[in-house]
Write a protein that binds this ligand. Structure first.
Ligand SMILES: [Zn+2]
Length: 461
């Protein structure tokens, strides 16, 4: 990286993507790969220069690892740079790249995947970037200024998602309904009152809202909702086929469901276009790599860990952040003619990957096989270690009709997963108590990993 040359080329010192207007990069998503690479390289080098100029964490890391920045000439050289781990984010001060007075908002990551939430300070430029990103994501699904968007994601408690949707929707000039994390009854009433045409929320919540409507002399089909933007929970399997819950939601609401993938750390959304064939990445906002267990790039189309370098962030920029999520990049061209790379559905968390009877399986996939089936009510997975070191998977499940037979569970899992874990039936009350123990209104807790505990116990003997 030649700092001086880079500065001359863009004409600005530390110029990042500060002009977050849809027009500036509008054509880039349809551009040929060479042009995308050229623009990304430009933005990446600026990002690197800015981050290394300000962040004591990266300055120390690169000095310690003896990184020769002269070798970084384009995005193809990104692999020469060290990776950033989730634990590295715990010391926000070392990562912060601006004065305290530039910070206008503080986000916290949800603490479901780690004990300590991460603090993410944002500048006003970061909020503009967030709005730009969500505006693009919404408009890619066909949402426009005539839509009324019900956001069933928390706008408070320092969560990023709800705020990002609100900012993006207002930037698009759609009408925003800040429903937040209310009850299904409140959401249902708001949908009717505001004539919402789009719902943004967790699939299981969208299902509960519809169910509430049906139980209260209404029919979700008649509400006029055209699009469901699914967040936080999977809606597709690895071949991009809709999961039963997603199919049920489409029928229930007579609407189209779109998958999204995002996290607070990357502050960027991957959203499907109208072809619904994987989440498009925006080249001006993020560089995505898929790495194998050895932290080297996998072959095109192979599965691995998603590693991201979000571009244009000024508060707490990151370089090569390991998300811990597993997916793959889709190779086929998208019918929408965008040339920007597409990410397949997230198959699960790397640390949740289970080895079972010779197959790799994610807890998500087990529950997804049952969700949407009317006979299934709720459930969760427990992973343990057998004394021989192999994984043991126990599915705790509650049935919609507790006195009905349960043999179908085994049949469905066998057909969809080809392996059947241990199955234990529990009551609906027991299932709800476990699944919603931490947060009644946000994400369900459906995976309890006791493998480490078992390993420690076995080795203490
Ligand atoms: Zn597309």
């Amino acid at each position: 990286m030649d700092t001086k040359k880079n500065k001359d080329k863009c004409g600005l010192n530390h110029c990042l993507v500060k002009d977050f207007s849809a027009g500036k990069y509008a054509d880039l998503q349809f551009a040929n790969p060479d042009k995308i690479k050229k623009i990304q390289t430009q933005l990446f080098l600026q990002h690197l220069e800015y981050t290394l100029g300000q962040s004591s964490f990266y300055k120390d890391l690169y000095t310690r690892k003896k990184i020769d920045l002269a070798r970084i000439q384009s995005i193809d050289d990104i692999g020469l740079l060290p990776l950033t781990h989730k634990e590295d984010l715990l010391n926000t001060n070392d990562l912060l790249c601006t004065d305290k007075k530039e910070i206008v908002d503080i986000c916290l990551t949800s603490a479901t995947s780690s004990a300590t939430p991460t603090l993410i300070p944002q500048t006003s430029s970061d909020l503009s970037r967030l709005a730009y990103n969500e505006e693009l994501a919404f408009s890619m699904t066909g949402i426009n200024e005539t839509d009324t968007i019900l956001v069933c994601a928390a706008l408070d408690r320092c969560f990023m998602a709800g705020m990002a949707y609100f900012l993006g929707g207002t930037k698009l000039s759609a009408t925003m309904v800040r429903a937040g994390s209310g009850s299904p009854a409140q959401h249902w009433e708001l949908i009717k009152l505001t004539k919402a045409t789009v719902i943004v929320g967790v699939p299981s919540l969208m299902y509960k809202i519809g169910q509430y409507g049906r139980q209260n002399h209404g029919d979700p089909k008649d509400c006029g909702v055209k699009r469901l933007i699914a967040i936080g929970e999977p809606t597709k399997d690895e071949t991009l086929r809709l999961l039963p819950i997603a199919r049920e939601l489409e029928t229930m609401w007579k609407a189209k469901i779109y998958s999204t993938y995002a996290s607070s750390e990357m502050a960027t959304t991957f959203c499907e276009c109208e072809a619904r064939s994987g989440g498009h990445t925006r080249p001006e906002l993020i560089i995505v790599e898929i790495l194998g267990d050895d932290d080297q790039p996998v072959k095109p189309g192979e599965k691995g860990e998603i590693v991201v370098t979000p571009l244009g962030i000024t508060g707490m920029p990151l370089i090569r952040f390991k998300t811990g999520d597993i997916s793959y990049m889709i190779q086929e061209k998208c019918p929408c003619k965008r040339t920007s790379p597409r990410l397949a559905p997230v198959l699960g968390r790397k640390n949740q990957m289970l080895k079972y009877k010779g197959t790799t399986i994610f807890p998500n996939a087990v529950l997804a096989a049952l969700e949407g089936d009317k006979r299934f009510y709720n459930g969760y997975i427990e992973a343990k270690k057998n004394s021989d070191g192999t994984d043991r998977i126990i599915l705790y499940t509650a049935l919609a009709q507790e006195d009905e037979p349960d043999t179908w569970i085994r049949e469905v899992l066998q057909a969809k997963l080809r392996v059947v874990p241990e199955i234990r039936l529990i009551t609906r009350q027991e299932a709800d108590k476990k699944v919603y123990q931490f947060d009644k209104k946000r994400k369900r807790m459906t995976f309890f990993d006791l493998r480490k505990k078992d390993f420690l116990r076995m080795n203490r003997r």
